[in-house]
Design a protein around this ligand. Structure first.
Ligand code: HEM
Length: 294
């Protein structure tokens, strides 16, 4: 266990604990529990995990080749990564049974119709959205993830998988983790497609880094991924020990501050809000690849 996480657990202030209790959601309300995690309590970390999952899928040649073939990531990398985030956060924010949630699930079904890939490939991409954020939290989160939260996160992606038509989905977080590791052990490999996608998608990652460290964007992405096999597959340099240590130190300071500060009252995602890609906000009909390629 990393020191930062231990410290985060120990340092959770009384004030923080009380505030969390006040916003308590029933343990069996998995949608609300995961919403609370992703939008408030672990907002930054869950977002980092989603970004890492996005890049990680490029480390599987058959997935990266299918993605490269449509040209969305190479020709419109900013829109593609923004839209991917919007789809997931719209569902988290409004719920599967809301109109916006249903619209996003329909979009997912539509854009994947005809995309080449095995059931395992689709399951892997789905499960990576669960495992990457949770493993990131286990290593770098400001406090430990509670069992009800882990179960809620699993339940959320189980539901998403069912709604987009996957037939076999691991029935617990632990089973999902085993599937994820087994799949990666036999599928992660370097490929020209994976390297091309990483190069195209990188600027959308770089822009989020503090200006002074942007020149080390590839090394930083490698350090955050924290898995040499995946970094090699993406054509990223192995992070120097000093850089990894610096990232850990920054996270340690961040965790210390988070543990002592008042919980965020504002969600990390606001539906329809302006972004670099949508300077005046967006309509759900604008999300996704052009109509002709769906
Ligand atoms: C079930 C797991 C998956 C989830 C949750 C998922 C998520 C997404 C999301 C959110 C989008 C919308 C992006 C946009 O709005 O532009 C998208 C589009 C797309 N996905 Fe997936 N994806 C999954 C599996 C896969 C797999 C396994 C492949 C390839 C083998 C794939 C290939 C594509 C393609 C080709 C598009 C259309 C946009 C483009 O051409 O890049 N997806 N996916």
């Amino acid at each position: 266990m990393l020191r930062s996480r231990r410290l985060g657990v120990v340092m959770r202030s009384k004030q923080q604990a009380q505030a969390n209790a006040a916003r308590h959601v029933a343990a069996d309300d998995w949608e609300a529990t995961f919403r609370q995690m992703a939008l408030y309590d672990f907002a930054t970390d869950v977002n980092i995990g989603f970004v890492l999952a996005y890049f990680r899928s490029f480390a599987v040649p058959q997935i990266s080749e299918a993605l490269l073939a449509t040209g969305e990531i190479t020709q419109r990398p900013g829109k593609r990564s923004t839209d991917t985030g919007i789809v997931v956060y719209e569902i988290i924010t409004h719920g599967f049974d809301s109109e916006r949630g249903r619209t996003m699930v329909s979009l997912l079904r539509r854009v994947h119709a005809g995309v080449p890939g095995t059931d395992d490939d689709f399951l892997y991409v789905l499960i990576s959205l669960l495992i990457a954020p949770l493993r990131w939290l286990d290593s770098h989160g400001w406090r430990a993830v509670e069992p009800t939260e882990r179960a809620a996160a699993h339940r959320f992606f189980f539901e998403l998988g069912q709604r987009i038509g996957l037939e076999i989905i691991p029935s617990s977080y632990d089973e999902a983790a085993v599937f994820f590791d087994d799949y990666e052990a036999s599928h992660v490999a370097p490929s020209a497609a994976g390297i091309a996608l990483t190069t195209s998608a990188l600027p959308a990652f770089t822009i989020k880094l503090p200006y002074l460290v942007r020149r080390w964007d590839r090394e930083i992405l490698g350090a955050l991924i924290g898995d040499v096999r995946v970094s090699v597959a993406l054509g990223l340099p192995s992070p120097a020990r000093g850089l990894t240590a610096a990232v850990r130190a920054l996270l340690w300071v961040r965790n210390l501050r988070t543990a002592h500060s008042a919980p965020s009252e504002l969600p990390v995602f606001a539906s329809g809000a302006a972004t670099t890609i949508y300077p005046t906000g967006y309509l759900l009909s604008e999300i996704g690849p052009p109509e002709s390629s769906r």
